[in-house]
Design a protein around this ligand. Structure first.
Ligand SMILES: *Cc1c(COP(=O)(O)O)cnc(C)c1O
Length: 411
């Protein structure tokens, strides 16, 4: 019996059950992944005990000589992985990274142009109830009605009309590559700064499988736990000319002591992403998404934009005469975890939208490939065709479990 189990069996049991859930089901939430054992070891380390307000070499606390090594490794690796002039690895999350950029370039009430939440944007891109939406004046561009691609003409029109101080690119539910160069041209034309939030596709950028925002953006923000497959956290990359202001926005602007154990996990994650195996992994993620898209299309589902060229699919389930809520529930009963999601120009409500979002990063980490994607695609179709048939769903659950037993998860 280990110390946690002995002292606090309630927490221990919940963790055990979560481990079982992660092992015995198919994790297809596009923003999730399985981080490695070395990353988890770093995050579970004694570094959690250390206060280190400030930055390496300039701390407000003694005893920082070892955590300085860790943060320097994380910053250097981030810069070299993404060929960035400056990296701040302290943001506790992707949301904090975005808030830090806003604090650096905006005053309250300033205008920002970002992708509409209902068209794939993120809540930190100006949602009404989020601090971003309360503090700043966000206006939103969308995707085109016919091909569901970012409407760059509308973006340019709105930029000329609203004269934003900042333009935000990046999305949470957009299955296509984002053309950062076009954003940069529009930002330059109207004198706006450009922030690219690559939270979802940072892993693809790291290995050259997605258009690279770093050369053209003033700021690039990301999470470290999605396709990048590291610990839960955030990061900002920027040009050297913004470095001092940005660092001040993170600390003392927004945060107190950095999570040094998580920063250690980030250093390990960046080291892993520099290995050749990470590119192979990301290629597998893309191939799996393409195969899954083919199977779902052939089975009669509609895909937003007609397909995918990244790690996720946005599936319109209404051709099955169901909504996203029932689709999510039916798949959940089979042990397939996805999330319901609005689709562009959705006629339904946010709590029961027309779509589900599906991603391949986590299953690819387990070693699954096209063969498994074909089986899983077939199971998804069966579940969505008979979402209320308990026998069908429990039979699918058994097949999911049997597949999972052949693919281990890091633990
Ligand atoms: C996930 C995500 C974030 C926020 O990440 P958290 O770590 O959950 O705060 C920010 N922007 C985009 C586009 C995201 O997808």
């Amino acid at each position: 019996m280990n110390a946690l189990q002995n002292q606090d069996p309630q927490v221990w049991d919940a963790i055990q059950h979560e481990q079982d859930r992660q092992r015995d089901g198919l994790e297809m939430i596009a923003s999730e992944n399985y981080t490695s054992v070395p990353v988890m070891q770093a995050v579970g380390s004694e570094l959690t005990n250390k206060y280190a307000e400030g930055y390496p070499g300039r701390r407000y606390y003694g005893g920082c000589e070892h955590v300085d090594v860790v943060e320097d490794l994380a910053r250097q690796r981030a810069r070299s992985l993404f060929k960035a002039e400056h990296a701040n690895v302290q943001p506790h999350s992707g949301s904090q990274a975005n808030a830090a950029v806003y604090l650096t370039v905006l005053n309250p009430g300033d205008t920002v142009l970002a992708l509409d939440l209902a068209h794939g944007g993120h809540l930190t891109h100006g949602m009404r109830l989020n601090a971003s939406g309360k503090l700043y004046h966000f206006v939103h561009y969308g995707v085109t009605q016919d091909h569901h691609r970012i409407d760059y003409d509308q973006l340019a029109r709105m930029a000329r009309e609203h004269r934003p101080r900042l333009i935000v690119a990046g999305a949470s539910a957009y299955p296509r590559q984002i053309e950062h160069g076009r954003f940069a041209e529009i930002a330059a034309e109207v004198g706006a700064r450009l922030m690219v939030d690559m939270a979802h596709y940072a892993g693809l950028v790291a290995v050259g499988l997605h258009d690279d925002p770093v050369p053209v953006a003033d700021f690039v923000t990301t999470t470290t736990h999605k396709t990048l497959r590291g610990p839960r956290g955030g990061m900002v990359l920027c040009r050297e000319s913004y470095a001092a202001d940005l660092d001040r926005s993170v600390f003392p602007g927004l945060q107190g002591g950095p999570l040094m154990h998580v920063i250690a996990g980030k250093a390990v994650c960046f080291g892993e992403a520099m290995q050749p195996g990470f590119r192979t992994y990301m290629q597998g993620v893309l191939e799996n998404a393409r195969v899954l898209a083919e199977v779902l299309l052939a089975g009669g589902l509609r895909l937003v934009s007609g397909g995918t060229d990244n790690h996720l699919l946005l599936v319109d389930v209404t051709p099955m005469n169901i909504g996203g809520k029932l689709a999510e529930q039916a798949l959940d009963q089979c042990g397939i975890t996805v999330n319901k999601n609005m689709i562009p120009f959705d006629q339904r409500k946010p709590m029961d939208p027309s779509g589900i979002r599906i991603g391949t990063p986590a299953l690819t980490t387990r070693g699954m490939g096209p063969t498994e994607m074909r089986s899983i695609g077939g199971w998804i179709l069966s579940a969505l065709r008979q979402p209320n048939d308990a026998r069908v769903l429990s039979d699918l659950r058994r097949q999911v479990l049997s597949l999972c037993q052949h693919f281990s998860v890091p633990s």
